[in-house]
Design a protein around this ligand. Sequence first.
Ligand code: IVH
Length: 668
Amino acid sequence: MTSDREKAKRRIRELVDLISYHDTKYYVEDNPEISDYEYDLLVKELSELEESHPDLVLPDSPTQRVSGKPLEEFPQVEHMVSMLSLDNSYSAEELREFDTRVRKWLGGGRPEYVVELKIDGLGIALMYESGSLTRGATRGDGRVGEDVTSNIKTIRSIPLRLKPEGGLRTVEVRGEVYMPTEGLRKLNREREEAGEPPFANPRNAAAGSIRQLDPKIAASRPLEAFFYTLSYSKDPMPVTHGDSLERMRKAGLRTSPHTRRFDSIEKVLEHIGSWEAKREELGYEIDGMVIKVDSLAQQARLGSTAKNPRWAVAYKYPPKQMTTRLLDIQVQVGRTGTLTPVAVLEPVQVGGVTVSHATLHNEDEIKRKGVKIGDHVLIERAGEVIPQVVKPIVEKRTGKEREFRMPQTCPVCGSKAVREEGEAARRCVNASCPAQVKERLIHFCSRDAMDIEGVGPALIDQLVDKGLVSDASDLYRLRKDDLLSLEGIAEKSSQNILGAIAASTDRDFDRVVFALGIRHVGKATATALAEEMGDMDKLSSARIEELAGIEGIGQIVGSAIRDFMDDPRNRALLDKLRRAGLKMEGVRRATGPLSGKTFLFTGEMGSMPRSEAEAAVQALGGRVSATVTKATDYVVVGKDPGSKLEKARASNKKILDEDEFLRIVGKK
Ligand code: IVH
């Protein structure tokens, strides 16, 4: 072995350990020690070394988190120790009975209880051999689950190697994969924008993501994990459940910070009561608490029934479910013509919110659930998600309920509504259908698209109904008199609206791409398209294979783009938008150490003009923004900074002075 190679090998090991250390600090302990920038440099150094020495890539390298081809299906795995489920209880009384049973079986010994949050996600079992993650499996039916290792590895809070501190080497640990509420909200927004059905609750979202055959898709989902059971160890097991949790934590496995131990069931009950309201602030959903006997010896004495351990029980909070009447089913027409049946409900309070509508997705879903108009139905509101109809209460039927028939024509324009093969949705074929036109305009003007303030659904309704606007390009030809002819628009607001429309011609190319409302093209896809294609000419003439070759875009999205671009009406629209002055090309971004980072400048720089500083960021792959937003990573402060500095401080952005900035871009 040459000494160069040896050096590379040593450095690769060092970097993998270092990055894994910082991953734990960031993802598990929520207490980073280095800046994102310094972290990125480590990853970059590692990737480069690995690129020049592909045979030295370590299996636990962070670059290997997303790897491997999509699978045909998941292999089945038999669990070493059966994955039981928990017996549920719903009242203080039932918990006291659990305690009485436990004490009786233990023959007088006084148990201590550990109380944990019951995370609403998907149960998983991970195998570590000699400290390395070798397998991740779903619970399945408890005896046989699915091998989802490649997807499990994409979750950054799951360590690929255990730290030696916990003394855990060859072990099986169990925990829950879940999707935080905010991540789910964002994912559902993107799905709806792309014309896909949203996930009904975080549990479905986590399960749907972990059971994706393509690890790249799983990697794109905001998943996290908590661990709560040490189910097997080749070395001697700890003495208590609490010790297991502590050792898992030391090994770098993420454990809940909210776990507590109590010596009486009354204290347990008090604790559980205190969490009922607090659970709203967690940022993820829990559906209850889990009470476990702490001593593993006592657990062994208590044993299990065929299904549940006798040493643990779940306490379930009242679900965010209610029954109410389904008064009607209305059909809405979306931007791409999709007909969506919506349940009109007798208003009811669910988890503190009045619910009067719920989605029914599509005709198959209504059939599957067997709901009829006039039924009493069970509805559920999980997390911040749109309420769902769970099922009809068949026992309450009077015989007067009506079967719902999906219309074969569009309820708005009367055109044919067709259902293509393999699709769940029926769509109105008329692209000039006023409902579609309005929805497309609402999307075009929305915050994430062209961000035209003041042009919302109510105004768009009027503009379309009066024949003033029939596509987005018409917005740019509106005159003051047009607006003044509308209800509720006076001199001042007409000026504001025209100003907002004119200002939108400054929006970047990726927003223009998103604003077009192409089927399946959500925000992230639009940005990827804008960056890869660079301009509208290239985008509109790209072949499906070319489009499908872009990271995150597949055949379905590729052909949706092609279909859109092949439609002469859309070509005409693009021409008109170009003439209206919209940006039809983007700044092609270089890739480099600052890829994915957004910088903002305020105040004057001493050593170079602002434009030069911005160019330096862009040359290294970074972006520059004009306002402090969520996306802003660094705020560079020069002499006499403006109000942006205050805003940056208030939102906890990283602030750099000129010297620090110059070092980052390598000019010092
Ligand atoms: S212990 C034999 N602890 O709830 C007991 N489970 O039906 C094994 N869950 O399948 C589970 N949070 O997926 C345990 N802190 C927690 C939990 C938890 C969520 C899930 C788990 C299990 C289901 C119980």
